[in-house]
Ligand binder design. Structure first.
Ligand SMILES: [Zn+2]
Length: 189
């Protein structure tokens, strides 16, 4: 799965200083830091690189869950929950709702927080909320080939784009069988 998440990262290593444009070097800064950073040899700016948040929803209508067939790489043609990179100036829930609107064109009500998945080796955290669909009509954006509702038995488990999604879905269905939804925090290594 490493390659999937590596491909998901849309932020390449820093090459040039965002302050003066010089080529950066990766080294431990002189300020007591213990990690290698992109340091500008000209203006001495240290560029910190931190994990990215991916936010999305588990949209549900009755017994069925909405999945989106990806129209973009990576994992083109595979199915995913609506999710994407969080933007600046938005909350986690706002980002999850925005992605659900953009990728599925769904009408829905946001529900409770459901899962937080660490994918430390690629520097990402994925977070999903439950959402209640208000209609079975969808208007997917360009990132989605098809938005469709699946019962648990119909989920194309071998065609799910990302393990964060399949692992979140498994926990969702397990919780639904018990009738009690909790918050799930887990790691993908
Ligand atoms: Zn510089």
């Amino acid at each position: 799965m490493l390659s999937n998440y590596t491909a998901l990262m849309h932020r390449p290593p820093t090459k040039h200083c965002r302050n003066c444009g010089s080529a950066v070097v990766y080294r431990i800064p002189d300020d007591g830091d213990t990690k290698q950073r992109a340091v500008c040899p000209a203006c001495h700016t240290v560029h910190y690189e931190n994990p990215l948040n991916v936010v999305g929803t588990i949209p549900v209508l009755g017994e069925r869950v909405l999945l989106c067939k990806r129209n973009i790489e990576p994992r083109l043609g595979k199915w995913t929950l609506p999710a994407g990179f969080m933007e600046l100036q938005e909350t986690v829930a706002q980002g999850a709702a925005r992605e659900t609107l953009e990728e599925a064109g769904a009408q829905f009500e946001m529900g409770d927080f459901f899962s937080l998945v660490n994918i430390a080796h690629v520097g990402q955290v994925h977070m999903f909320f439950r959402a209640r669909l208000l209609s079975d009509q969808f208007d997917p954006g360009y990132e989605t080939l098809e938005a469709r509702l699946f019962t648990e038995d119909d989920i194309p488990w071998n065609e799910i784009a990302f393990r964060t999604v399949s692992e979140t879905l498994k926990r969702y269905f397990a919780d639904r069988r018990t009738g009690h939804f909790s918050i799930h925090v887990f790691d993908i290594t």
